[in-house]
Design a protein around this ligand. Sequence first.
Ligand code: AMP
Ligand code: ZN
Length: 455
Amino acid sequence: MALTLYNTLAREKQVFKPIDAKNVRMYVCGPTVYDFAHIGNARPVIVFDVLFRLLRHIYGESHVTYVRNITDVEDKIIARAAERGVSIRDLTEGTAKVYQEDALALGNLPPTLEPRVTDSMPEIIAMIAKLVANKHAYVAEGHVLFDVSSDPDYGKLSRRALDEMIAGARVEVAPYKKNPMDFVLWKPSEGDMPGWDSPWGKGRPGWHIECSAMGEKHLGETFDIHGGGIDLQFPHHENEIAQSEGAHHGKPIANYWMHNGFLQVEGEKMSKSLGNFITIRELLAEKVFGGQVWHGRVLRLAMLGTHYRQPIDWTVDRLAQTKATIMEWARMLHGELSADAPDDEVMSALSDDLNSPAALAAIYGLASAARANTGDRRRLKRTLSFLGLYADERDTDFAVGHELDAAKIEGLIAARNAARRAKNFAEADRLRGEISTLGVAIEDGPGGTTWKVVS
Ligand code: AMP
Ligand code: ZN
């Protein structure tokens, strides 16, 4: 089964060939931890988790290294900590913890490594020093800047020429820049701003250099896959390429570049000013979207319904349909054994540039067959577990399959009691039967009818 991936660098699907099949290496840009992650941020987390799972399946669990950084030094962090009157460390640690909990709730495996910028300062400073030595960077007024004119390949990922970039981008003009597209590698920190000693004085890194330095530190000079959202293609990833290749005498930083499309909400760009900005936490724990809370696995399945390179429209309707599917699976598969391997058709759909809609179509076919056939149920369970859409802990599956259905169960019980009062015993029996198909037993007592999940 050949794995093909769409490589943004080449603008085509290519057969994936790892540098070392014993250690397949992937880097994905992680969050800047100044605030809770929104549901758009969940998209790369889920998409690249599916790829991580697929690579582990193909090459073996211990032969894949997945690095997703945590950006804990950034001007937005400094501003937010000051606004809230908390220390930078409390803000970044608290936000990173919520991020990790959210990612787990969405059914993602933890990456192999989650390096923090604050733990990577020697490597960042060393890489900047190399760029200065290689004449790809220059020092000006306490800043170190990358000199884009030193790199004839600059623009190869986004395929833009330098003059177009200058016209199109909101470039920060600064008197110390030789060229408006030159970007900051190091900047001075005054007073109580977070800062580290360096050959250029006390300062802190620019945003782009951290990913180049952490990639090199944990994955080597050249690794296999680099991922992130489409918005990062320019300038962030373009700059990562310029820095790493400038520091490593032209050796490529990554062989395959992958970008997920954007998420919008009910047909509109998500933004605080439109009032449609939703965090993962809110979806999981507060009734702010469609008036209900949503289980993490519902959010995950909803995300995988659209191919990762397409834009996705996040709607209440989409979640409601997805919830019905997740609940049906949870009920059907509860207590069932699991097959040894996931379904072949699903795996080959995923191997075609992570075609999750085709994979889900195959899963829906399997689910129809599974209603009648134990073998298919086992295969379905194994396939869903593989995708992070079914957890093996009994309790969570109970919760998804039954607890969320409480309103429906209560409604059926009320209808049955009404039928009994009207002496329509045939209807009351039919309703009791319907309730039992939900995996619930009812008991009539002096205090009314109670119900419990049958294990
Ligand atoms: P940020 O914290 O803004 O750097 O974003 C973290 C990750 O989420 C990056 O990979 C972004 O490309 C991605 N991202 C941000 N907003 C969206 C969105 N609306 N849809 C999909 N991905 C997004
Ligand atoms: Zn990055």
